[in-house]
Design a protein around this ligand. Sequence first.
Ligand code: CU
Length: 126
Amino acid sequence: MKRAITRISIVAAACASIIACSPKQENQTPNAQAQQRVTVQAATTTINLPTMKCKMCAGTITDALNKIDGVKDVKVDVDAKTAVVMYEPVKIDQRKIETTISDAGYDANLTKRTDAGYSQLAECCK
Ligand SMILES: [Cu+2]
């Protein structure tokens, strides 16, 4: 019984947070406002990396992205040839992510790799 009550209160809390995110913004509790700030601060985008070949490529791309202020998390999938990037929209946009990857020597979505970046890659990654 106690467990059932705990479960109900979790559901109630989840409902409360959904309601807090509804457009009506009057009379928000400080907690609801904090939740909204977190939502606004992070965005996630998936970048296609058609020229990526191996784990070393993934490391190069991950390192390049982690050097930018505003990137919060990078997950590169070599097999899927994608990078899922979590970033702060107030600091950077998707274009910045794409140009950073192209400067590192790889195509990113429709942004072609730069020659300067490509020439720096290890032979096995070309
Ligand atoms: Cu490689």
